[in-house]
Design a protein around this ligand. Structure first.
Ligand code: GDP
Length: 444
């Protein structure tokens, strides 16, 4: 999971800080040294780290903080704020012209960065906001690129414009623009060709498109897994072509997070979206504040709620919230919530957004493993309705009967009941935590 190691390290540093009633300057300095190491290990650029630590230190070693009742908390707060500022402070929206006009978006990036996938993801996102989007296949070199765009376009219900492989990209782009005007499209997304490395031909091609067409937004896709390389690539593209925004892909993977933390600081250009998976729905708006909360283990309940709103039936969700409030969450709800988590991109992506829940959630994660789902379901369905809504009454003889009914070992029933209790306990803590991560974000 992205940022896992950085997040763990920072949380450890802060656990020590928080525990102290009084802080000395030396305490703060020692902690910040550890923060510095953690950031460098996360592949954040050296210059950025240095500046970051300096800003935090200036604010943290002051009378306000040192004499406050909760100096440790104050330092965490400062780090949080500085992380937000590092990533650009405000959420930057993709700029689109009026729907009566055609907005041209040019997607750029190295091969494999996720450009074609992201073009289709973005097309879907804009379509759902009521835009009429045309995807344009300008990648005439990679043999499968046109087909890939067509397949993804079809999945998104978005038309794909192509002129085959024998036209120059700039001509395809011009043709697409004309086509879009005539057919009332209002967003054109150009999927240009990438290369394995930054090279002259690629830059030349992009420049040609920019000179011959009014490109409203040049968007660079970079792979977060490549860390500082991603930042270097962004710098070169920005110098040679000029970029308006960055889309950081593969943040769901095992990235150390350095790219997310350095791109804005190094290039001055904002991250607009983040790719969180291979599915076409896995593109999220980038919120510096929420990302900072995720990194510091404060969770990202706002994104979680938005995802839930996109996937969950509203009435059911309301009923569920009521039950949670009254601690009436039963096994039927457990089943329902497992199904919903599956819809929301799987448990691990949901867990990553929950405040401070890292390792204690592993058991539950195992329970929701797809293969185990069916068995869990069988166990729950072997309970009587009364048992499902009042798990307290599950005594050994009831558990034996349930195990027989589901065709599983009693140990498995016991495990499920234990996991359920853990989850219920955690759910009870949730409402309080929600306020914490929830106030700062802005809805996009
Ligand atoms: P392009 O060469 O830049 O057009 O890259 P593609 O769009 O073909 O993507 C390369 C690979 O990265 C494909 O296997 C994609 O499924 C994958 N990919 C793209 N974005 C993401 C993402 O956000 N997360 C993950 N895990 N994979 C991604």
């Amino acid at each position: 999971m992205a940022f896992e190691s950085l997040s763990d390290k920072l949380q450890n540093v802060f656990k020590n800080l928080r525990g102290k009633g009084r802080l000395s300057e030396a305490d703060v300095k020692a902690s910040l040294k550890e923060v510095k190491m953690a950031l460098l290990e996360a592949d954040v650029s050296f210059k950025v780290v240095k500046q970051f630590i300096k800003s935090v230190e200036e604010r943290a070693i002051g009378a306000d903080v040192m004499n406050s009742l909760t100096p440790g908390q104050q330092v965490v707060k400062i780090v949080h704020e500085e992380l937000i500022s590092l990533m650009g402070s405000e959420t930057t929206e993709l700029k689109l012209k009026n729907p009566s006009d055609v907005t041209v978006l040019m997607m750029m990036g190295l091969q494999g960065a996720g450009k074609t996938t992201t073009a289709a993801k973005l097309a879907g996102k804009l379509k759902s906001k009521g835009r009429k989007v045309l995807l344009v296949a300008c990648d005439v070199y990679r043999p499968a690129a046109i087909k890939q765009l067509q397949v993804n376009g079809e999945k998104q219900g978005v038309e794909v414009f192509t002129m085959g492989e024998n036209q120059k990209p700039v001509n395809i782009a011009k043709g697409a623009y004309e086509y879009a005007r005539k057919n009332n499209f209002n967003v054109v997304i150009l999927d240009t060709a990438g290369r394995l490395h930054v090279d002259e031909d690629m830059m030349e091609e992009l420049q040609q498109i920019k000179e011959n067409l009014h490109v409203d937004q040049a968007l660079l896709t970079v792979d977060a897994m490549t860390g500082q390389d991603a930042v270097n690539v962004a710098t070169v593209f920005n110098d040679k072509i000029g970029i308006d925004g960055v889309i950081l892909t593969k943040l769901d993977g095992d990235t150390r997070g350095g790219a997310a933390l350095s791109v804005k600081a190094v290039t001055g250009k904002p991250i607009l979206y983040i790719g969180m998976g291979e599915k076409l729905s896995d593109l999220e708006q980038f919120y510096p504040d929420r990302m900072a909360s995720r990194i510091l283990g404060m969770g990202d309940v706002l994104t979680l709620i938005e995802k839930a709103q996109e996937t969950v039936d509203e009435e059911k969700a309301k009923a569920m919230t009521q039950k949670l409030k009254k601690a009436q969450f039963g096994f039927d709800d457990y089943l329902e919530s497992m199904n919903q988590m599956k819809k929301m991109g799987g448990l691990s992506s949901v867990l990553a957004m929950m405040p401070g829940l890292g390792s204690q959630m592993k058991d539950i994660e195992n329970a929701i493993d797809e293969k185990k789902m069916a068995r869990t379901e069988a166990i729950i369905l072997s309970m009587t309705p009364k048992e499902r809504s009042n798990p307290e009454i599950l005594n050994p003889s009831r558990k034996h009967r349930i195990a027989r009914g589901a065709g599983v070992d009693i140990a498995e029933v016991n495990r499920l009941v234990k996991q359920f209790e853990q989850m219920r306990k955690m759910m009870k803590q949730m409402p309080g935590m929600m306020g914490m991560g929830g106030k700062r974000g802005k809805k996009g």
